[in-house]
Design a protein around this ligand. Structure first.
Ligand code: MG
Length: 390
């Protein structure tokens, strides 16, 4: 069997690391041809280079690029620098599939470049579809490029839809863990620290997505992501809180039958499904033990306590540049919270302010959504700059 050539963008982040674990479990089936990383974990990147011997590596941060260059033997590796370096890597490396595991708004342009080159995509970066879902899906269709979801909920839906008639889909039901604070009262939410918010009860993830999970912003983004990936109106996408995180999402069909995908909470599972689709491979990721599980609970989300979920639905309905403003503002709000510039509940407040202050362009071009995303980010940065919440 011919080895599948993989390029992994964002290789030192949580999804990148899990992807390389899947690759390591099937050494005869994959060849890693390219790795890109931001540069905040050069030690790990150096280990990955040694182990997987990619032909191309790109590092976003200049200092990290310089220190990597001087610290390890890079014989046979083309080392590139910065945003442009990553684009060159996408253009030049040989790959059957690109895993896009970049964080936040950084995913959009690389994804579009990969589509332009006709490469299959395993997409873990939801902000790409939040910011420019219409544009990305249109370009992918034009080029005949397949986008395989890596997000666990979207992988679940993708699996539930397998072999089904898309016209018979009534509803997509996204499950949400509810985050660590789903039982908190409104006043208790005010005093949550970044340290507490970074402690997700079920999934181990990067910082941004962990905070977004605690505010339900993540689920809001996932509604927009699902809308674009599966072409379903936002009115037919529902969210239920499911604290056990065993049911990864569900689809309700015309006959009121519901198909769900279940499994242990391990990102290697959706990653493996995307990498091997449509093949199901044996693995040692772990199995469900239903007798031990005993209870699976489901609750309606409380959008008064977690308003970002309804802001995302509203932005998706409004369309145009609204989701891009939401994404940019959301990214800056998470940073401000992590840097103790705003409170936990302050994130929703500043994001709302950004949404209310920006004129939305309905028929948006790429330059419009990029500008809107940047505007959202800058607006929140400015709003929170001089705050000090200790
Ligand atoms: Mg998810």
């Amino acid at each position: 069997m011919k080895k599948k050539k993989l390029a992994i963008l964002g290789s030192t982040g949580s999804i990148g690391v899990s992807t390389l674990k899947v690759v390591s479990a099937f050494p005869a089936l994959f060849e890693v041809t390219a790795l890109s990383a931001k540069g905040n974990n050069i030690k790990l990147l150096a280990e990955q280079i040694k182990k997987f011997k990619p032909a191309y590596v790109s590092v976003h941060d200049k200092d990290a690029y310089i220190s990597l260059k001087s610290s390890i033997n890079l014989k046979g590796v083309k080392l590139l620098e910065g945003f442009e370096g990553q684009l060159k890597l996408i253009r030049d490396c040989e790959s059957d599939m690109m895993v896009i595991a970049l964080v936040g708004g950084a995913g959009l342009i690389p994804t579009l470049e990969a589509i332009k080159r006709g490469k299959s995509i395993a997409l873990a970066n939801k902000e790409t579809l939040v910011v420019a879902g219409d544009i990305v899906m249109r370009e992918a269709k034009k080029k005949g490029v397949k986008i395989y979801p890596v997000d666990s909920e979207h992988s679940a839906i993708f699996q539930c839809l397998n072999g089904e008639d898309p016209k018979k889909v009534k509803k997509l039901i996204l499950t949400a863990s509810g985050g660590p604070f789903f039982k908190y009262g409104k006043s208790e939410l005010e005093t949550i620290t970044p340290e507490a918010a970074l402690n997700h009860p079920k999934w181990e993830m990067g910082k941004k997505v962990t905070i977004d999970s605690a505010t339900l912003m993540n689920k809001g983004f996932e509604i927009i992501e699902a809308h674009h990936l599966f072409g379903i109106s936002v009115d037919n996408i529902e969210v239920v809180i499911h604290p056990q995180c065993i049911v990864h999402s569900m689809v309700e069909f015309a006959d009121n039958s519901v198909i769900a995908q279940l499994g242990v909470t391990d990102m290697r599972l959706p990653i493996q499904y995307a990498l091997f689709y449509p093949e199901r491979m044996n693995n040692n990721i772990g199995r469900l033990n239903f007798a031990k599980l005993k209870t699976l609970e489901f609750f309606k989300p409380d959008t008064l306590k977690f308003p970002l979920l309804s802001y995302a639905v509203a932005a998706c309905k409004e369309g145009g540049t609204a989701p891009a403003v939401l994404s940019g503002a959301g990214e800056a709000a998470v940073n401000a919270f992590l840097n103790k510039k705003i409170s936990f509940t302050g994130m929703a407040k500043t994001i709302k302010k950004a949404l209310n202050n920006r004129k939305i362009i309905k028929t948006a071009l790429l330059k419009d959504v990029i500008a809107a995303e940047k505007w959202g980010r800058k607006f929140v940065e400015k709003e929170t700059k001089n705050n000090a919440i200790c």
